[in-house]
Write a protein that binds this ligand. Structure first.
Ligand SMILES: Nc1nc2c(c(=O)[nH]1)N[C@H]1C(S)=C(S)[C@@H](COP(=O)(O)OP(=O)(O)OC[C@H]3O[C@@H](n4cnc5c(=O)[nH]c(N)nc54)[C@H](O)[C@@H]3O)O[C@H]1N2
Ligand SMILES: Nc1nc2c(c(=O)[nH]1)N[C@H]1C(S)=C(S)[C@@H](COP(=O)(O)OP(=O)(O)OC[C@H]3O[C@@H](n4cnc5c(=O)[nH]c(N)nc54)[C@H](O)[C@@H]3O)O[C@H]1N2
Ligand SMILES: [Mo]
Length: 753
């Protein structure tokens, strides 16, 4: 039982808090007392927990129950029928058995990408994976939307996934770095969150300290205010950073400013890359003027930048956004190569790093032990995963072969899609195409606390609890806290924990329970972590003491120098043991869209000819689509829709003023947003954050400002097949007359049971 009045500890991806409850309702998420920089997103929590669009009871789509063909009533346009839990569980169990018997386990898609909630036990995707593994397996997903391209290219280049595996410490940057070239800036808004939760927000304060220490920061970004005050702004045409970096490399070569000794000792294949930069084979020298014509950054600034980087202790970083683009492998590979030419890799505060300003904990050292986590079990169909952002290709092209990181894989025939803890109708690209492909499987099952667009496009919707309605443990590997998450309120409506839903389905299937009692599971997870901590010399209190205290503070771990051991002689896990400026492996794959060394490749999207680049960056007022219904997000909407920013020149040319409703469109679709005219966005660019709940009108016009109504669903390359969500080409125009009402948070038509 949850207390009806009082205050209990809880946590979220956007920070730990105390849940203040009155008469059984959450009234406030009070910031965790030890968090030096809690974020405003907490204000939205009570709004959404008790919102009218919670899924109250299990619901089944009418057409699915009745067997109506989907071309008559498509998913997303039907009414739902409420059923009791026993009926819902029975329907799910029987459908799983039917699909397995008729089509095999691989016909079940359990990729279920998404951030779920912060607790480590009730991590919906992990629980789904564990359940489906015990059912004989499923087609899973591999990679992330966050860094789909770089997590494939970086192991070829530096031998490991340097997105999250390693980074400089904030202290080393403040102390040692003289020049910091920030590709993508370092947006404080993104440091509000950390997957798994945060006891202590440190990123934005650490960034401030770096600036106060006198580090010279240069933000390369189409947007000005995604960098700390005091940084120089170098606006760049989106998607062209690779050309900028190659132009810098050319000046370094031309003026003999590169560190040849470092290149000789620590890299392989530099000559072949240098020949490309100098244009020896094709007669196209890729000098600063060449780079200027592609990027819009003045040639003399590029030349000076090369000299500044070479003559000081310099650091080159890139936010994850850069690789969420066509040929997104290239800017990351080129960042490593430029840093190698500068010669500082392996020294504190020098070289390269990724993800600064992408999440709070990048730059904070990792704990030397395993924090609590849940195992997803062993999938008997491991090795046949789909690159996560290729889900629509998979649905549309069963049996077809495709390339992925040197392999030739085949899309399975997916008949049942099972999603828990993610929102593909927010996160995937080209949502019109997703909507069509989504009609193809026989059955879509979704667990959700809310009637999200994904829930509205499902056949069976099972109501899940939020973190306030259950017990859990919050933890992430770079935080300095492990957080108890106590139950604050009773489940809303008939919601059940995902674990309990899987338990009931398992029973109906005659399978053993995939999970034990929740408190026992938490105890086991915690004690396992505690044992691992003890081995690392960290003493933690036992579970009961931790649970009663509500949190445990961890000692701040020692930081190490990124790639320091490599510089001291330890080889990398690459074929050469060195940094691969030229990769024989990648070259051997023969991909025209990812050759053997970093190269500038023009995006296919540019051929569409639309005049503006749409950047769909992360939102400051929520986490993806989560909390969009809360006051922080809603208060920031313009004309009731997501705010998009554009430069005064672009606005004037189109007769657009702040507060207007605008239509953003291309050949894939159109959406309505609220205009904000701002010179913080460079000309030629429109910036629209992700995560406004997708709200298509019957004619397909998206009414609420979800950028994925127009983004392209195209892989980064045949190497990584990552998402290219970040930038796309569009035009923008003023919407004349009355704009259609937004229905994003409306509940679909439901017939009571
Ligand atoms: N255009 C464009 N698109 C993008 C991006 C971009 O930059 N531009 N960014 C991409 C990136 S990096 C990411 S990570 C993705 C994010 O995409 P998602 O991770 O899918 O986004 P969320 O809104 O966090 O979705 C999580 C869902 O889980 C639900 N949920 C929360 N807790 C629970 C629970 O306990 N149980 C269950 N069953 N459900 C729960 C929430 O209600 C929510 O609907 O978006 C990607 N999409
Ligand atoms: N508040 C909040 N924070 C979040 C999230 C959230 O939803 N809300 N999501 C989290 C998640 S899942 C992730 S993966 C990270 C993502 O972290 P990132 O991918 O780093 O974040 P974005 O906000 O998408 O983009 C960062 C910056 O890149 C710039 N940019 C875009 N295109 C280009 C380009 O071509 N060149 C250059 N030089 N710059 C460009 C944008 O203008 C923006 O300022 O954020 C995390 N942080
Ligand atoms: Mo992400």
């Amino acid at each position: 039982m949850a207390a009806t009045t009082g205050t209990v500890p809880n946590s979220a991806h956007w920070g730990a808090f105390r849940a203040r409850v009155e008469a059984g309702r959450l009234v406030e998420a009070v910031p965790f007392e030890a968090d030096p920089a809690p974020v405003p997103l907490l204000r939205s929590v009570p709004d959404v927990v008790h919102a009218g669009n919670r899924v109250a009871r299990p619901a089944v789509r009418r057409g699915w129950l009745d067997g109506t063909p989907r071309d008559a009533v498509p998913r997303g346009h039907d009414e739902f029928v409420e059923v009791d839990w026993d009926t819902a569980i029975d329907l799910v169990a029987r459908e799983l058995l039917r699909v397995r018997e008729q089509h095999g386990n691989e016909a079940i898609y359990g990729g279920s990408y998404g951030w779920s909630s912060a607790g480590r036990f009730h991590h919906a995707k992990t629980q789904l994976n564990r359940f489906l593994a015990s059912f004989g397996g499923y087609t899973g997903s591999t990679g992330t939307y966050s860094f789909g391209a770089s997590s494939v290219i970086l192991p070829h280049v530096v031998g490991y996934d340097a997105n999250t595996g390693d980074a400089h410490s904030w202290a080393d940057i403040a102390e040692r770095t003289e020049t910091w070239l920030m590709l993508g800036g370092a947006p404080a808004r993104n440091m509000q969150v950390e997957s798994g939760g945060i006891g202590e927000h440190r990123g934005s304060r650490a960034l401030r300290a770096v600036m106060d220490a006198g580090v010279r920061a240069i933000s390369v970004n189409p947007i000005r205010d995604d960098a700390p005050d005091g940084a120089e702004w170098l606006p760049i045409r989106p998607g062209t950073d690779t050309a900028l970096l190659i132009g810098i490399a050319h000046t370094l070569l031309e003026e003999d400013l590169h560190d040849q000794a470092f290149l000789n000792e620590f890299t392989t294949g530099f000559e072949r890359f240098a020949a490309y930069v100098l244009g020896e084979a094709d007669g196209v020298p890729r000098h600063a003027d060449w780079a200027a014509s592609i990027t819009g950054v003045p040639a003399d600034r590029i030349r000076r930048l090369a000299r500044e980087l070479a003559s000081s202790r310099s650091l080159v970083t890139a936010t994850w956004s850069l690789q969420r683009a066509e040929h997104g492998e290239q800017p990351y590979w080129m960042t490593v190569v430029l840093a190698a030419m500068l010669g500082g890799i392996g020294r504190p505060g020098e070289g390269f790093a990724f993800g600064f300003g992408s999440e709070d904990a990048v730059g904070s050292p990792k704990q030397p032990f395993r924090v609590p986590s849940l195992s997803k079990g062993a999938n008997p169909l491991a090795g046949r995963e789909i690159p996560v952002a290729r889900i629509v290709d998979a649905l549309e092209h069963p049996g077809e072969a495709y390339d992925f990181d040197g392999e030739r894989r085949t899309y399975p025939e997916l008949r049942l899609v099972y999603w828990a803890g993610g929102n593909p109708f927010h996160h995937h690209q080209d949502l019109t195409r997703l909507t069509r492909a989504w009609q193809l499987p026989d059955t879509v099952i979704v667990h959700e606390p809310w009637w999200t667009p994904t829930a509205k496009h499902a056949d069976i919707v099972l109501p899940a609890t939020t973190t306030l309605e259950r017990e859990d443990i919050g933890a992430s590997s770079r935080d300095t806290w492990i957080l108890a998450m106590h139950r604050a309120i009773e489940p809303v409506g008939e919601a059940l924990d995902d674990a309990e839903i899987f338990r009931r389905i398992s029973r109906a299937l005659g399978l053993p329970d995939p999970f034990g009692d929740v408190r026992d599971e938490l105890r086991a997870m915690y004690e396992k972590s505690r044992a691992s901590a003890r081995e690392a010399g960290v003493d933690l209190p036992d579970f009961d003491a931790f649970w009663d205290a509500g949190s445990v503070r961890l000692p701040a771990p020692k930081s190490s120098t990124m790639l320091g051991r490599f510089r001291q002689g330890e080889p990398l896990a690459t074929p050469s043991g060195r940094i691969e400026v030229f990769s024989e492996t990648i070259d051997g794959f023969g991909y025209d869209d990812c050759p053997g060394h970093p190269a500038w490749l023009e995006p296919v999207e540019w051929r569409t000819g639309y005049p503006l680049h749409l950047i769909s960056h992360q939102p400051s007022t929520r986490l993806h689509s989560q909390l969009d219904g809360g006051s922080v997000s809603r208060d920031a909407k313009v004309a009731g829709r997501e705010a998009c920013r554009l430069h005064p020149d672009e606005a004037a040319r189109r007769g657009i003023r702040t507060g207007d409703v605008v239509r953003i469109r291309n050949d894939r679709g159109a959406l309505l947003a609220g205009a904000v005219v701002s010179d913080a966005v460079m000309p030629g660019v429109v910036a629209l954050p992700t995560g406004a709940w997708y709200d298509p009108a019957p004619d397909g016009l998206e009414r609420h400002g979800n950028p994925n109504a127009v983004t392209a669903d195209r892989g980064t390359s045949r190497l990584a097949q990552g998402t290219t969500a970040q930038t796309t080409l569009v035009d923008v125009e003023r919407w004349e007359g009355e704009a259609p009402a937004v229905e994003a948070f409306a509940v679909p038509p439901i017939a009571p049971r």
